[in-house]
Design a protein around this ligand. Structure first.
Ligand code: HEC
Length: 114
């Protein structure tokens, strides 16, 4: 027997359909030259977690060091460990580390053209 569609079910379905697919329509910047000079976290490309990476990495070196990247998530993951274990970076809180890793692998990941 088919389950009746309740009002709640219909309302939930409508809500889910109405939720915009955020960011999908945005053109993601994949080239250093396309990052606007006046972007507050320049030369990092805009993206969720950019502030965590900016403030977490600028203490020791230029962010160009970071935008030279273009690594896979696995390589960024190892690189963060290397920064902490051998380069004196403060071990970030797990949620901050995840935000950094997400940003790096999404916005300066393998399709980053540099
Ligand atoms: C406490 C200082 C410190 C912090 C904070 C730091 N780094 Fe580094 N990082 C270094 C040093 C020192 C080197 C140079 C290591 C070398 O080449 O021997 C380096 C090198 C690098 C390199 C170049 C690696 C290579 O292939 O030569 C990348 C990429 C990098 N860091 C990314 C990051 C990212 C991303 C962050 C922030 C999440 C960060 N670093 C934060 C100290 C730091």
């Amino acid at each position: 027997m088919k389950k009746p569609v309740t009002h709640l079910g219909a309302a939930l379905a409508a809500l889910l359909l109405a939720v915009p697919v955020q960011g999908l329509a945005d053109e993601r910047i994949t080239r250093l030259a396309d990052v606007p000079e006046d972007f507050e976290f320049h030369p990092l490309p805009p993206g969720e977690g950019v502030d965590e990476v900016y403030y977490g990495c600028i203490a020791c070196h230029s962010l160009r060091t970071v935008t030279n990247g273009g690594y896979s998530r696995r390589v960024w993951d190892e690189l963060l460990d290397w920064m902490v274990e051998d380069q004196g970076m403060m071990d970030p809180e797990p949620d901050v580390r995840e935000a950094m890793l997400h940003y790096l692998s999404t916005y300066i990941g393998e399709d980053w053209e540099g």
